[in-house]
Design a protein around this ligand. Structure first.
Ligand code: ZN
Ligand code: ZN
Length: 425
């Protein structure tokens, strides 16, 4: 059914390559994706979609109603990161912009969301051009602000699940540092939940020469950081997993003053709700306990900096999709994905719609480089990961593969058109 559909993908590829390079050269930070959104909306309009812009800020929703049948939502995120690109590519980003705190920051598509947007734009065009091969309603969502964990929820609040009807299934994909041309699926949990916290520890400030008159928050912060290392080592079982990282520690301004407070920013990754609850409780207990031991004049403050839900795939929908990928790409290019400690806000759509959702990974790196690195046991060192200033997907066959996955996925869940003259069922 999809053969004729893919024969016209070749003709689309030069335009998609142009779009990708353009988006890569012009990355925009979370909720500032105005240029990107306008480009993508324009393409959807040209392809014949009913287009809603400004959904949840800078989000775009395309709706294509094509007869009776299921409603399928395809989602791509479109934001970039405050990272300085060092790939040396001739289309590398040199963009700098003003970040949320007013400071100038470099901007780069270091997570591949430019590829996600291009894939979805290509799939949307292909499915519109071949609407005689399927029946139902196609929803195409370009989501802002995934990197800050706020875009999916913003689009849900903005009506993404009502403007074109409630989806029966939600599909999405992420570019990964695997071999280009490979597709990786996983039943059940694929990606971790994230909890980001800011903790303020209170001390009593004073002169560096008279520590006896103070409660030194530097010493307290150091104890907390060390003790937090025991959460995963001592409180999470060997068959479960979690990550607790203190990514930021700030105390004081100069050497001859003992500060009156310290701030820690903590990032926690878990794959299971029970483990998550246990780890969060352990972190809070340790922070409060260490503060009490240090004689803090007041209890510590906890502030959430964001929560990403666990990304869990519906087992049935994932099995159906994996079979379709195997049929299309062959078993040698359809692998089982490992558990990923990264997080996504993709699950928000399925949760809010009460619909099954499936998220999968598409490899984007030079296959020879990846396979040689794996063989040498140097994958982590030799293959730049998402968010690295060196993250540089190869264009081919990455561009084609990610369009094909979305089209195979959509067609797999959409209806089959009734051939005219065929008796009703
Ligand atoms: Zn990212
Ligand atoms: Zn990403």
């Amino acid at each position: 059914m999809t053969d004729g559909l893919f024969s016209s993908l070749d003709a689309l590829l030069p335009g998609l390559e142009e779009l990708y390079i353009d988006l890569h050269r012009h990355p925009e930070l979370s909720f500032a994706e105005t240029r990107t959104a306008a480009k993508l909306a324009e393409r959807l309009t040209t392809a014949g979609y009913q287009v809603h812009t400004g959904v949840g800020g800078t989000g775009v929703l395309g709706v294509l109603r094509n007869g009776p049948g299921p409603t399928v939502l395809l989602r791509a995120d479109i934001d970039a990161l405050p990272v300085e690109e060092k790939t040396g590519l001739d289309y590398a980003s040199t963009v700098r912009t003003t970040g949320q705190d007013g400071r100038e920051v470099p901007v780069m598509h270091a997570c591949g969301h430019d590829m996600h947007a291009t894939w979805l734009s290509g799939a949307a065009a292909l499915l519109a051009a071949h609407r005689d091969t399927w029946s139902g309603t196609l929803l195409v969502a370009f989501q802002p602000a995934e990197e800050v964990g706020a875009g999916a929820a913003a689009m849900v609040r903005g009506g993404v699940l009502e403007l074109g009807g409630r989806p029966d299934v939600v599909l999405g994909q992420h570019l990964a540092p695997g071999p280009a041309g490979w597709v990786l699926t996983r039943p059940g949990v694929l990606m971790a939940a994230t909890d980001a916290l800011r903790v303020t520890l209170h001390g009593r400030g004073g002169h560096a020469s008279r520590p006896e008159s103070t409660v030194d928050p530097a010493v307290l912060a150091a104890s907390v950081v060390l003790r937090l290392q025991s959460v995963v080592a001592r409180e999470v079982s060997a068959t479960e997993s979690a990550v607790v990282t203190v990514g930021s520690v700030h105390v004081g301004t100069t050497h001859n003053v003992i500060a009156d407070h310290a701030t820690l920013e903590i990032n926690i990754r878990t794959f299971d709700e029970q483990v998550r609850t246990r780890v969060l409780a352990a972190v809070e207990r340790i922070v409060r306990g260490e503060a009490a031991v240090a004689g803090s004049p007041q209890p510590p403050d906890f502030e959430s900096l964001g929560v990403f839900p666990v990304t869990a795939n519906d087992e049935d929908a994932n099995a159906k999709l994996t079979d379709a990928f195997r049929g299309h790409f062959g078993a040698e290019r359809t692998m089982e994905a490992p558990l990923v400690t990264g997080s996504e806000d993709f699950s928000e759509y399925g949760r809010a719609a009460g619909a099954p959702s499936v998220f999968w990974l598409v490899g984007g790196m030079d296959p020879e480089t990846v396979l040689a690195a794996v063989a040498a046991g140097r994958f982590e060192q030799d293959v730049p990961s998402n968010h690295s200033p060196l993250f540089a997907p190869v264009l081919h066959p990455t561009l084609r593969t990610g369009v094909e996955t979305l089209v195979v996925g959509a067609v797999n869940f959409l209806g089959v058109p009734r051939v005219s003259g065929e008796p009703g069922q």
